[in-house]
Write a protein that binds this ligand. Structure first.
Ligand code: SF4
Length: 290
């Protein structure tokens, strides 16, 4: 058997559905460990409710949040995967299918008129980014539903290259405080540092969807991740902004070389369910969810 257009549509539709109904394992583990450390009784209760919601959503095949978001896909294309399939159309059709079948909220809209398409598709929607995987016979796709809280409070700033660490810490902390309860904390914070104006936002996004149990391989960056996490949790904003020790589950940073005369920094959030799902589809049609 080999991969077909229909098979790809089914895969996309199922993957997006999983991302809306299942909390990633690392996020669940992180919520559990936050619960065991949390000292505020109300915060404890909220964390327990979040874990219970995740359990019920998974068992009953319910969506975790009513805001099923706008669809974003990170696609890794194996260089041995057949290119003659119209991948972009298959992704669009997969989203239209699941939006209709599962009664997802149609939130994608025209940027000027704000008229909704009702299908969660439209011009350049879903948002898709591509990279290549040398020698692989599969497509690896991460589906990320971006609800309003997880995108609306994102921030980007071009800095001068002085006092970089101090500036970055202040910017990330200020961005988090400005967002407050609106991205439904405890959040996962993705930070991009370096590159260019456009690339730094992509880095922040990639950081926000990196599993919570993986630190940046550069020890200096990993140290900054931990320092920022401590600083954010010290704000006391807590689960759903109602106070407590757990304001964030993690801070992930991705970096790229940049110019010696300026330095961009971007911040993106994932709200408490940390919604994302990754799957692979092989050139023979075999599918696996990671
Ligand atoms: S921020 Fe996230 S969890 Fe909160 S309402 Fe929006 S999509 Fe749902």
């Amino acid at each position: 058997m080999s991969i077909t257009y229909r098979k790809l549509v089914e895969f996309i539709s199922e993957l997006y559905d999983i991302s809306n109904r299942t909390i990633p394992k690392d996020v669940k583990e992180s919520l559990k460990s936050a619960l065991s450390r949390e000292r505020n009784p109300l915060a404890k209760k909220i964390l327990e409710m979040m874990l219970k919601s995740a359990e019920v959503a998974e068992k009953e095949r319910l969506i975790i949040c009513q805001d099923t978001g706008i669809p974003q896909f990170f696609v890794k294309v194996g260089t041995k995967f057949p290119y003659d399939i119209d991948l972009e159309s298959a992704i669009k059709e997969g989203i239209e299918k699941i939006t209709k079948e599962a009664y997802y909220r149609g939130i994608a809209a025209h940027p000027l008129t704000h008229v909704r398409s009702s299908t969660n598709t439209g011009e350049r929607m879903p948002i898709i980014t591509y990279e290549f995987l040398h020698d692989a016979k599969y497509l690896e796709i991460t589906a990320v539903p971006k609800g309003s809280g997880s995108e609306r409070w994102s921030a980007l700033k071009m800095f001068d290259p002085y006092d970089v660490i101090k500036d970055i810490k202040k910017f990330v902390l200020d961005s988090f405080i400005n967002a407050g309860s609106r991205p439904c904390p405890p959040v996962i914070i993705g930070v991009g540092i370096g590159g260019t104006f456009d690339y730094v936002a992509k880095l922040a996004k990639e950081a926000a969807i990196r599993p919570l149990n993986k630190r940046n391989p550069d020890p200096n960056v990993a140290k900054l991740e931990m320092e920022l996490l401590d600083a954010i949790n010290e704000t006391g904003i807590g689960p759903m902004g109602l106070g407590g020790d757990t304001s964030a589950l993690g801070v992930n940073i991705e970096t790229a070389y940049t110019s010696a005369v300026w330095n961009p920094v971007a911040v993106n959030f994932q709200c408490w369910p940390g919604r994302r799902a990754t799957g692979r589809i092989y050139s023979d049609g075999y599918v696996e969810y990671l």
